[in-house]
Design a protein around this ligand. Structure first.
Ligand SMILES: [Fe+2]
Length: 269
């Protein structure tokens, strides 16, 4: 499997604090079934922003140290770019790292509380630059709990979604878990990421979350979001997606099921 979202570069953001910790995270992700990891440190607009060359250098040193430590996971560069109005211009000027450094897909992060008013415009401008925006963990944004229809609007315009598989374990609370489930049941996820910042204390929880995802998606779709689609990123290839999306409400289905189970129990008495 390929993890397209992690913070494994030492001392560049709020992720790993040392090379030892980076190698520990890699070992853990390998144990969970990942053989390829994209390093996606936070990049924020500002004079001291993390530049593509710094990301390339740090990724290369983690890659080398991983080989020396006998870790067989492959490491590629990337970035989690916090949205700002001038984003497309920065991308055009080569100031932002794309996923896998192939110049095709760009991982975009939104603020947790509100969806900025310029979001649609930035997505459009990135597309004009020939980049496909991949939205990092949409299920975790409070703005999307209030306006989930924005997800289908963006999907119809070609925005792709990376869910944080840990959301399925309830790690971030019930609302991200519920929205992740709705998106999965609606075919609205394209990639997975761990968003790993440190060595997790609950490896079994992560494995269970991946297992839940596998069950919800079915074998073929699971392979698509964990292997096929992210491989297209690394090869700089276009991913063909449906343009007719709807956001299902899994809650309704669950309620219906539980109603039938209650009726079944009454009938069996
Ligand atoms: Fe992240």
């Amino acid at each position: 499997m390929i993890d397209i979202h992690s913070h494994i570069l030492p001392s560049v953001d709020d992720g790993s604090k040392s090379m030892e910790e980076s190698l520990g995270i890699l070992r853990q992700l390998q144990g969970e079934g990942f053989n390829t990891i994209l390093a996606t440190p936070h990049v924020m607009e500002g004079t001291d922003y993390l530049q593509p060359q710094e990301i390339l250098t740090a990724t290369e040193s983690v890659r080398q140290r991983a080989i020396e430590a006998g870790i067989t996971v492959e490491v590629f560069p990337g970035a989690e770019n916090y949205i700002f109005p001038e984003m497309a211009k920065w991308a055009r000027d080569g100031k932002l790292m794309t996923l896998g450094n192939t110049g095709t897909y760009i991982l975009v992060e939104l603020p947790m509380m509100e969806i900025p008013r310029y979001t649609d415009q930035v997505f459009f401008e990135l597309q004009v630059e020939g980049l496909t925006p991949v939205l990092a963990h949409p299920e975790r944004y409070q703005g999307l709990f209030r306006e989930p229809q924005r997800i289908t609007e963006w999907a119809k315009r070609g925005i792709l979604f990376q869910i944080d598989f840990r959301s399925l374990s309830g790690r971030y609370g019930p609302q991200p878990k519920r929205l992740a489930e709705r998106m999965i049941s609606s075919g609205l996820i394209h990639f997975v990421g761990s968003d790993a910042h440190r060595i997790s204390r609950s490896e079994s929880t992560n494995k269970e979350a991946l297992q839940t995802l596998r069950q919800m998606l079915g074998e073929e779709r699971f392979e698509e979001v964990t292997i096929k689609n992210p491989r297209s990123i690394l090869e700089g290839k276009v991913i063909q997606c449906s343009s007719d999306y709807m956001l299902n409400d899994v809650d309704i289905k669950k309620k219906k099921r539980s109603l039938w189970s209650i009726i079944g129990k009454i009938m069996s008495k």
